[in-house]
Design a protein. Structure first.
Length: 334
């Protein structure tokens, strides 16, 4: 183990450096890590243990659930509800906040999570992930729905785990962003990517082009100018990627820069946006800002959005700062 820093060691060292971070918080993160290791194992075993495919049910969002959406949700709840660190949880998979069972003590944190992001990728063996956000709460009470409706700027921690060729956790507690790789041999996350920063110069964008005819003018303009390459106003060629897994796109941007957009579109007036504010947009916005990038709705900094409802959706534009600022400028001009 010489020279290897485990996540536990990293968290304890960080706790010493920032006296505000309590031991409780470190224990809570450890419980999340334990859940994510279990999820990693299930995702990795796939059809050997019969966890792939549809569960033939719908979640609160009206989306068809995969078996693994349900299994991963249950893993998260079972790993966290008994610990005494939480006043409640919110999951993409259930309508109401999850209460702490009466036999367990209640704590001062809230965990909000998407247990299996990008789950449309699971049956084709591509990268999926778990996203989580931690908020502080009034202590010792059962959290009410309003307790979760807080601006992203109030998050004390955000992270995501990627189940890809390697299982990785990316984490911020508001002091930069660090990446850890799961060492399967010893079952520990090891610090492998210290102080991740988003490269400023980028020539890569990510957007689902099949929605092009439903976009607003500022987004059309931006993408149009990228696609024109050296013949257009940007004077350089751009590359495009679309993995359809937010965690994987954000990880790519943290590694080599770029910009990601899931903007407003007019396909379905009942569903003008795709991504959820509280457990998708906010945690990735916190991470992206901490890595030197930016995240906006196009008209407002993501972390300043005042949530109106638990499963609210928002337009998301994130990545290299200059590009995000350019897109915001196009929105303000439009
Ligand atoms: O959770 C929603 C999500 O799966 C994201 O991970 C991803 O970025 C997006 O939806 C993909 O959307 P679409 O299927 O429209 O390309
Ligand atoms: Mn998701």
């Amino acid at each position: 183990m010489a020279n290897k820093v485990t996540m536990t060691q990293f968290l304890i060292e960080q706790q010493r450096e920032y006296p505000g971070t309590s031991g409780t918080f470190t224990m809570l993160l450890n419980d999340i890590v334990t859940a994510c290791k279990q999820i990693s194992h299930k995702v990795n075993r796939g059809n050997l243990i019969g966890v792939l495919g549809s569960a033939e049910s719908e979640n609160v969002q009206g989306e068809v659930q995969k078996k693994l959406d349900i299994i991963t949700h249950e893993i998260m709840v079972e790993a966290l509800d008994w610990t005494g660190h939480l006043a409640g949880m919110l999951s993409e998979e259930v309508d109401e906040p999850i209460k702490i069972p009466p036999q367990y003590p209640k704590g001062k944190y809230l965990v909000l999570f998407d247990p299996l992001d990008g789950s449309s990728n699971i049956d084709i063996n591509l990268t999926v992930g778990t996203i989580f956000s931690i908020l502080r709460c009034r202590e010792g009470v059962d959290a009410e729905p309003e307790d979760f409706l807080r601006k992203g700027a109030e998050q004390v921690c955000a992270g995501f785990v990627l189940y890809g060729p390697s299982t990785m956790m990316v984490l911020t507690t508001g002091h930069g962003v660090n990446g850890f790789t799961l060492d399967q041999d010893i079952g520990e996350f090891i610090l492998t990517h210290r102080n991740m920063t988003i490269p400023e110069d980028t020539r890569e964008f990510a957007i689902n082009m099949s929605n092009q005819r439903f976009w607003e003018e500022p987004v059309r303009r931006y993408i149009d100018e990228c696609v024109q390459g050296t013949d257009g106003p940007r004077g350089k060629n751009f590359n495009m990627r679309w993995i359809a897994s937010l965690v994987a796109e954000v990880y790519r941007i943290l590694t080599r820069g770029g910009v990601f957009l899931y903007p407003y579109d007019s396909r379905d007036p009942k569903k003008p946006y795709k991504l959820r504010l509280l457990y998708e947009a906010n945690p990735v916005a916190f991470i992206v800002e901490q890595a030197g990038g930016a995240c906006s709705t196009g008209r407002e900094r993501m972390l300043d959005v005042k949530p109106q409802s638990l499963h609210q959706r928002v337009p998301v534009i994130l990545g290299s700062k200059d590009e995000v600022e350019r897109i915001v400028k196009y929105h303000l001009e439009g």
